[in-house]
Design a binder for this molecule. Structure first.
Ligand SMILES: C[S@@+](CC[C@H](N)C(=O)[O-])C[C@H]1O[C@@H](n2cnc3c(N)ncnc32)[C@H](O)[C@@H]1O
Length: 271
């Protein structure tokens, strides 16, 4: 699988991801997942494909400072940002560079495994879910979210249209990958085959907001795997690209602020 289909951002883009996308997109989803997991103090938590670690960092507040909280990702740049943010926030979290298909953790060593907007990027989804099941205790829960299809998600739909036109198919494919696991039947079968029970899959719509729509679309474009290609465009072309992206939001943009639906399947399953 090509690197950009696994959401591999270059150095610098991890910092922009944390600064620009995490507050608008990933904190609201992390809250949603953590509420469903009903963590209690002392539980051991893994944030798989943690990126800059927002789920682990927020989970740490719920399980307390003495609990084991770990974040794992294959991208060293993402982990560097995760490490510095957790240090800044005074949280003790282990950050581990690892592939979800081969996690360096003992059997039955976690009470909860989270994977926020990660499963769609794994080339071998079943192996990853089997790994999540292996490292969970009996009764442990796996809580994940994956974006639904493009027609539900104007943020990605508009981005694909614009990237195809201005940068090329490869750049657009990196965004297509975000919405590539949208069939709840396929997701259910993967969890069942990995050995999970009590599998529930719910379509959840969050309204995501930013008070400065233009600034947000600029930052959104610069926080994705297409960031380098966009920054190499002539300034005037870049401004046109951003205006046309903003226009794709239609009535979700009021001339200043953006408020748009972001729709994912949220899965809760047990061992
Ligand atoms: C869209 S980001 C989501 C990050 C994070 N969960 C969040 O909520 O901000 C997808 C992440 O999956 C990671 N990833 C992709 N394939 C992976 C793999 N095989 N093993 C571990 N991490 C992987 C990427 O490096 C990236 O950090």
């Amino acid at each position: 699988m090509e690197a950009n289909l696994r959401w591999q951002v270059s150095w610098g883009a991890a910092e922009r991801y944390e600064e620009n996308l995490v507050p608008v997109i990933f904190i609201p989803w992390a809250q949603e997942l953590l509420n469903r997991a009903e963590l209690v103090a002392g539980e051991a938590v893994l944030d798989a494909a943690c990126g800059t670690g927002i789920v682990a960092r927020m989970a740490s507040d719920r399980v307390g400072p003495d609990a084991k909280v770990v974040g794992a990702d294959i991208n060293a740049g993402m982990l560097t940002v995760a490490k510095s943010k957790s240090k800044e926030e005074g949280k003790v979290i282990d950050w581990v560079e690892a592939d979800v298909g081969n996690l360096p953790f003992d059997d039955a060593s976690f009470d909860a495994v989270f994977c926020q907007q990660g499963l769609q990027f794994f080339p071998d989804k079943l192996s990853a879910l089997k790994e999540f099941r292996r490292i969970l205790t009996v009764g442990g829960r796996c809580v994940i979210c994956v974006a639904r299809s493009l027609e539900h998600n104007p943020l990605m739909n508009g981005q694909i249209e614009i990237l195809t036109r201005y940068i090329g198919e490869d750049a657009a494919n990196a965004i297509r990958a975000v919405c590539s696991l949208s069939d709840s039947g396929v997701i259910n079968d993967l969890f069942a085959e990995a050995g999970f029970t009590e599998i529930s899959i719910e379509s959840v719509t969050l309204t995501l907001r930013h008070s400065d729509g233009r600034a947000f679309v600029a930052r959104n474009m610069s926080s994705t795997p297409a960031a380098d290609a966009i920054s190499n465009l002539p300034e005037e072309t870049r401004q046109n690209l951003l205006q046309e992206y903003l226009d794709t939001f239609g009535s979700y943009y009021d001339g200043h602020a953006l408020a748009f639906p972001h729709v994912s399947h949220v899965v809760h399953a047990r061992v």
